[in-house]
Design a protein. Structure first.
Length: 229
């Protein structure tokens, strides 16, 4: 079933490689966030992904797996799969190579549950930045050009400005927003306050909050929800 994911303004990203106690999980699931993204770059295994999914299921909140590799593309018990392609890397494995291997190895991909994401990774110090070899020193205009061709040439439904682990440059997100017509713009990276959520929420259709859940706690998460909903 295809959820109305285009209406989401706030998504919480939980990392299978990190731990939250049951009380915190309940507060995340009832925080008002529109969906939970089960996603991480390092050390995601079928076991820890399944364990996290079992913690967050049953609250009636949309669950989306965002795999970092083909063996993480598990869709049992979740509503959708958001699959990244990192556009700003010279390493084509992260653009299309992994995806071709996936199509080769998995005959029964539920394509109707798959939503492709055009990632522009801009924090060289994040796990995703290191793993993918992303070229991060881009001007707002250069990022906007990725956003424009992602929507109008590659026809990606989501463009994701990814600063994972650091708070990004609002001018970059503004430029990307101005370059996009109908695609959905995601922003994630360093959102740990209502102010930051509101600032990026001016430009992005959907903001993603990850690390703050683990580092600042659920009250901070709720403040970021209130800022955009
Ligand atoms: C083709 C299939 C099924 C999978 C491959 C999908 C691709 C190309 C993924 C590349 C980008 C990537 C690794 C995305 C993972 C999601 C993500 C950006 C997680 C960010 O979390 P971390 O970068 O781990 O943050 P921390 O450093 O805080 O752990
Ligand atoms: O962890 P943070 O910095 O909130 O970033 C969220 C998400 O964009 C990570 O992929
Ligand atoms: Mg991680």
């Amino acid at each position: 079933m295809h959820l109305k994911w285009k209406n989401w303004t706030h998504v919480t990203k939980l990392d299978p490689d990190k731990h939250l106690n049951p009380g915190a999980i309940e507060e995340v699931a009832t925080s008002g966030t529109d969906a939970i993204l089960l996603s991480g770059t390092l050390n995601v295994t079928p076991e820890n992904l399944t364990a996290l999914r079992e913690q967050v299921e049953g609250y009636g909140i949309p669950l989306v797996v965002e795999p970092a590799d083909t063996d993480g593309a598990l869709f049992d018990g979740v509503d959708m799969l958001f699959v990244p392609s990192v556009l700003n890397t010279p390493d084509s494995r992260w653009v299309v190579g992994k995806h071709q291997r996936w199509a080769l190895e998995c005959p029964d991909i539920p394509w109707n549950l798959v939503v492709p994401e055009a990632y522009v990774v801009l924090n060289p110090n994040s796990a995703v930045g290191r793993v993918t070899g992303a070229v991060c020193d881009l001007s707002p205009a250069e990022v906007a050009a990725y956003a424009r061709c992602a929507e109008h040439y590659f026809r990606f439904p989501i463009i994701y400005i990814e600063y994972s682990g650091m708070y990004g440059d609002p001018a970059v997100v503004k430029a990307a927003a101005e370059a996009i017509d109908d695609a959905t713009l995601y922003y994630g990276g360093g959102i740990n306050s209502a102010e930051r959520a509101a600032e990026m929420g001016k430009y992005a259709d959907t903001i993603v909050v990850g690390n703050a859940v683990y580092e600042a706690g659920v009250e901070t998460l709720k403040a970021t929800v209130r800022a955009v909903q």
